[in-house]
Design a protein around this ligand. Structure first.
Ligand code: AHN
Ligand code: ZN
Length: 332
């Protein structure tokens, strides 16, 4: 009996001590490789170890993108943010590919685009690929009153990129067994809301038709689109189920098993013509989309001026980022 009590007390002590890995530090440093953090602001920073996704860091990567202003193709903010994304990736891997292209938008405007690619363990034939789009929509045309204003794009564009920059930082610190590519598509959101869905996703269509990596054959792909807003719901999107049903199940099972069932809902969602549609149909890589869309749509902030930092929730970033980390570091 005494022994049992001793074992129980020991067990409780071990559990308590496991929670003590986190140390709160005030640190104004912008993006260093040594510190787990990247914030310009005077924030409370949580240092964690191992393969723990750092949502503070992902959040800071979103703020940093927002600091350039809207990332509308052909604008200065777009150019500067693209340069920042390239130089940030170069800190985490020496294999960065920039695919520059021109794409004609439905308006007739020729957009100067760049798809930005970071490769980890590029010689490893066993690999996966992660995608997001880094441009933002030029018009907040969800409502008539705001259609001449730009979309700030904290969630729509910024959130997926923020999570993937944090994953890049983690991959440098703790290399994975599998190879990982991160591809940031440009010119996703310059499409015609009342027109053809192919008027969107110009960067991914260009990439799929002009493969920058010869004989490219990752096992599967995961697209992140609008993965940072409070109360997000990730349903099993239609084209993901059609083209990569087993990957959908694997990702949702991982998320729910990791405790993120509040966001990853085990229910079918409508198809969305997003970048993964072209990765599936043109590049033929089975690819899913993690996208915040419920029966009531993409959320009230979507394609409005309210898509700013106020709607970003670190718990949502953590749910998506940690799910990806759990996949990446268990994938053989
Ligand atoms: C369409 O509305 C055709 N596609 C939505 C894809 C999208 C827009 N993702 C972000 N913004
Ligand atoms: Zn959009």
């Amino acid at each position: 009996m005494k022994n049992r009590i001793f074992v129980s007390v020991l067990f409780v002590l071990v559990i308590i001590s496991c929670g003590k890995g986190k140390v709160k530090v005030k640190d104004p440093i912008l993006d260093t490789n040594k510190v787990n953090v990247v914030d310009t602001a005077d924030t409370n920073i949580t240092h964690t170890s191992g393969t723990q996704f750092n949502a503070d860091s992902a959040y800071a990567f979103i703020s940093k993108q927002m600091s350039f202003g809207p990332r509308i193709p052909n604008s200065t903010g777009h150019k500067n943010c693209g340069d920042y994304l390239i130089s940030t990736f170069k800190k985490y891997t020496d294999k960065v590919i920039v695919q520059s292209f021109n794409a004609t938008a439905y308006t007739g405007t020729v957009l100067k685009g760049r798809n930005i690619i970071a490769r980890f363990d590029e010689k490893n034939p066993n690999r996966i690929v992660l995608f997001a789009h880094w441009d933002t929509r030029p018009f907040a045309d969800r409502t008539e009153a705001t259609k001449s204003q730009p979309v700030p794009g904290a969630d729509d564009g910024g959130s997926g990129v923020g999570i993937l920059l944090e994953i890049a930082r983690q991959l440098k610190a703790s290399p994975a067994k599998i190879g990982v590519d991160i591809i940031l598509f440009d010119c996703e959101d310059y499409g015609d809301a009342a027109g053809r869905p192919e008027s969107y996703c110009l960067g991914s269509q260009y990439w799929a038709k002009n493969p920058p990596i010869p004989a490219y054959g990752p096992k599967y792909g995961i697209l992140l689109d609008m993965v940072g807003a409070r109360n997000a719901s990730f349903l099993k999107e239609g084209f993901s189920r059609q083209y990569a049903a087993n990957i959908v199940d694997k990702v949702w099972n991982t998320a729910i098993g990791s405790g993120y069932g509040a966001y990853f809902i085990n229910a079918d969602g409508e198809p969305v013509t997003d970048d993964h549609y072209f990765v599936n149909t043109l590049a033929k890589i089975p690819t899913i989309d993690i996208i915040n869309k419920s029966s009531s749509g993409f959320g009230n902030h979507w394609h409005t001026p309210a898509d700013n930092m106020d709607i970003i929730d670190k718990s949502v970033l953590k749910a998506v980022g940690q799910t990806l980390m759990n996949l990446i570091y268990t994938e053989q």
